[in-house]
Design a protein around this ligand. Structure first.
Ligand code: BG6
Length: 271
């Protein structure tokens, strides 16, 4: 079933299916969590301290960074995550629930961006979780599907398949011991520019496979201790139970036209 409710100020779709439970916020077309029925804990993670306020980014889930990533514009990570989208369709069958959410230039988006555009986000929630962003307009957009994965313990996490080149967004010296592979013992914020389309995130409990389609970059992020303490919408110890591994279009922006859709996305499965 799909039921609409509210968390704080925000309208939320709550999905209960034999294959999974999940929730999606209309603000941001933001998948808040997803837990297949085989799992004891959410695979898509949400902070206990997230705000659910109009115009404020949600902490966790899958924030849609569009039409710019990070500090390339204001607000940071674009406006798509802080405006309300429209539910265009919702279908349920034996495999799960399929949602399509859409956003076009309107009064809400005008203060941030003045060009016409259409964005749609397809989400499949079942035994797997699939997200695809399609957009059109006459400009170049950078973007990331800023996925927060729930993990058992950051000290046990190994991310594989990241490829041999990355841009470090921090100045700290922390070179990977094995090329294309990451373990975590301090803050990380990297843009991998040549990652495999198949990436695995393993801890002592499970292995999550992330398959990307048409992404040019994969961002890895964990705020670690000091940044976690500095974030008002993130508990001090939550850096231990999440890691962001994000399919993105940063170094190869989406080159948009008005009459053709550009699409990229990902699929998550437990292996
Ligand atoms: C990551 C960026 O993708 O998102 C980080 O690489 C940033 O630099 C993080 O801190 C969280 O961003 P925000 O705006 O949601 O706090």
């Amino acid at each position: 079933s799909v039921k609409q409710t509210k968390f704080g100020e925000l309208p939320i779709l709550v999905i209960q299916h034999k294959s999974c439970c999940a929730a999606v916020s209309l603000q941001g077309a933001h998948l808040l969590f997803w837990q297949p029925s085989t799992e004891q804990t959410p695979v898509i993670w949400l902070s206990k301290q997230s705000k659910f306020e109009k115009g404020i980014a949600i902490r966790g889930g899958v924030p849609i960074c569009w039409p710019w990533f990070g500090p390339l514009g204001t607000p940071s990570h674009g406006f798509a995550r802080i405006v309300e989208w429209t539910l265009d369709s919702c279908n349920e069958d034996d495999d799960g629930v399929d949602l399509v959410l859409v956003l076009s230039n309107n009064q809400q988006t005008k203060p941030y961006f003045d060009k016409p555009f259409n964005v749609s986000l397809k989400i499949h929630l079942g035994k797997t979780c699939e997200v695809a962003l399609s957009c059109s307009g006459e400009f170049e957009a950078t973007s990331a599907l800023h996925t927060y994965f729930g993990i058992d313990n950051i000290n046990h996490v190994v991310v594989k398949g990241l490829g041999d080149t990355y841009q470090d967004r921090l100045t700290v010296e922390n070179k990977p011991v094995t090329i294309g592979q990451m373990t975590f013992n301090q803050e990380v914020d990297r843009i991998y520019t040549n990652a495999n389309t198949e990436i695995t995130i393993s801890d002592n409990v499970r292995t999550i496979k992330l398959t990307t389609t048409n992404a040019s970059d994969v961002v890895t992020w964990n705020p670690w201790i000091d940044k976690a303490k500095a974030m008002a919408d993130f508990c001090d110890d939550e850096y231990q139970s999440m890691v962001c591994v994000e399919a993105g279009r940063i170094n190869k922006p989406l080159k948009l036209s008005l009459n053709e859709q550009s699409t990229y996305g990902f699929k998550i499965e437990l292996i």
